[in-house]
Ligand binder design. Structure first.
Ligand SMILES: [Zn+2]
Length: 424
């Protein structure tokens, strides 16, 4: 049955649309966008007072399948994505086995087809086993459906290997996504190196560990011409260097996570592992640099780095806990609160950060409501009041620093290929 989304404020940055209109989806694709549509026999969703946007894309999630299904599966992660307003997610390769081969890429594509409620796009590893030594089967993975390469979780430490990876990526026209962390500077660290880590007696991860890797990679991106993307950017210097590279015209992009633009190390609850992630929550000047980079356009996309860990893993002493927090369901609420409400970005710019921005890096053929495009739509409100209860999350994990937090504004309904797969 066709789906008619009525009376919403349609914001589609890709086609420069910002107007009250109806959106008609038929046969899984956008059919028409315009005022006063009344086709016979369509299911109707009244979006009066709401924003109707192209389906949101999260270019950085961890789905934990295969290998760690107790923490998340492709199905549970996709349901959490739908509840966060995301219609497409790209999953990082640090599964078990690592997605460094056609076999694993194909497995993920098949599982997603039968189990996922949103579109799932695998990201292949840069190196075999993400061990940082031998280049993975990039061409084969691309043919099987991989949309980018990354060793996320692990940085590619060896500059020669990274150079080679960028050359391959360039010839396959894939973006290289780097988790920027010089391990020789960060090893043993548990949180941002600064006054707070000293106070708590925890070992620090200096901002320089990110900066050094971003600097090296930008030199290599210049050398190779590869499309290069910095994952979860978190420091003032990294932001400045990416801005510089972009001004030089290099095909360089970066993403920021909701936790990095909404929290600092001073917001952490002492020794609470739900605040432990990589890169760590930084100090206030770094957070502000990321916020302004989002506003100015240096940051191309908001990505969650949704990183589920099972309760038993996160219930250890702080130093022993794994890094990472879940984030799919709280991303839009945090973006509205920290970017839109204070006037740092307009609503069209906010929508860009979730749609055309990540689309420009990943090239999924999505992120627009143009007729003929996939019928993926995110419907959200800027004034709905709601509270996040992580215990109701469709995710299999509970490691969120935003449990019990109240939000103004958030997703209202998520439509994938013309079907409502979640609504508030
Ligand atoms: Zn990472």
């Amino acid at each position: 049955m066709p789906l008619l989304i009525q009376n919403g404020r349609v914001i589609d940055p890709a086609s420069n649309t910002d107007a009250v209109a109806d959106v008609l989806i038929a046969d899984g694709r956008i059919a028409t966008v315009g005022p006063g549509l009344s086709p016979a026999g369509a299911e109707v969703f009244d979006a009066g007072g709401m924003i109707v946007a192209p389906g949101f894309i999260d270019m950085h999630v961890h789905l934990r399948e295969p290998g760690f299904e107790h923490a998340e599966t492709i199905e549970s992660g996709s349901r959490a994505a739908a509840a966060g307003g995301f219609t497409s997610i790209c999953c990082m390769p640090n599964t078990k086995p690592v997605n460094d081969s056609v076999t694993v890429t194909s497995y993920i594509v098949d599982r997603a087809r039968s189990k996922a409620v949103v579109n799932v796009f695998p990201i292949g590893a840069i190196t075999k086993g993400s061990a940082g030594e031998e280049i993975a089967a990039i061409g084969g993975m691309k043919a099987a459906g991989a949309v980018a390469i990354s060793d996320d979780g692990q940085p590619v430490m060896n500059a020669r290997v990274m150079r080679r990876a960028m050359e391959f990526a360039r010839s396959y026209d894939l973006p290289v996504i780097q988790h920027c962390e010089d391990l020789t500077l960060s090893a043993g660290g548990d949180m941002h190196e600064g006054a707070q880590s000293v106070r708590w007696g925890l070992r620090g991860i200096p901002a320089a560990s990110e900066d050094v890797m971003v600097a090296r990679d930008l030199v290599l991106a210049h050398l190779t011409g590869a499309r290069y993307h910095v994952a979860h950017i978190s420091t003032a210097n990294s932001v400045a260097m990416v801005a510089y590279a972009r001004r030089q015209g290099l095909p360089v992009t970066c993403e920021a996570t909701p936790h990095h633009f909404s929290l600092t190390d001073e917001d952490m609850r002492a020794y609470d592992s739900n605040y432990k992630m990589k890169p760590p929550l930084r100090s206030s000047p770094h957070r502000e640099a990321v916020l302004y980079a989002l506003a100015r356009g240096t940051v191309t996309a908001i990505a969650t780095d949704h990183a589920p860990h099972a309760g038993s893993d996160k219930m250890q002493e702080f130093e022993r806990c794994p890094f990472g927090v879940i984030g799919l369901e709280t991303a839009l609420g945090l973006a509205l609160e920290h970017l839109y409400a204070p006037g740092l970005v307009t609503l069209p710019r906010l929508v860009e950060l979730f749609t055309t921005g990540p689309e420009s890096v990943m090239r999924l053929g999505r992120g627009t409501l143009a007729p003929g495009a996939p019928g993926d739509v995110t419907i959200f409100s800027t004034d709905v009041d709601w509270t996040y209860d992580v215990n109701n999350s469709p995710s299999r994990s509970r490691n969120s620093p935003f449990h019990n937090r109240s939000f103004r504004g958030g997703p209202m309904a998520t439509v994938v290929a013309g079907e409502i797969c979640w609504k508030r």
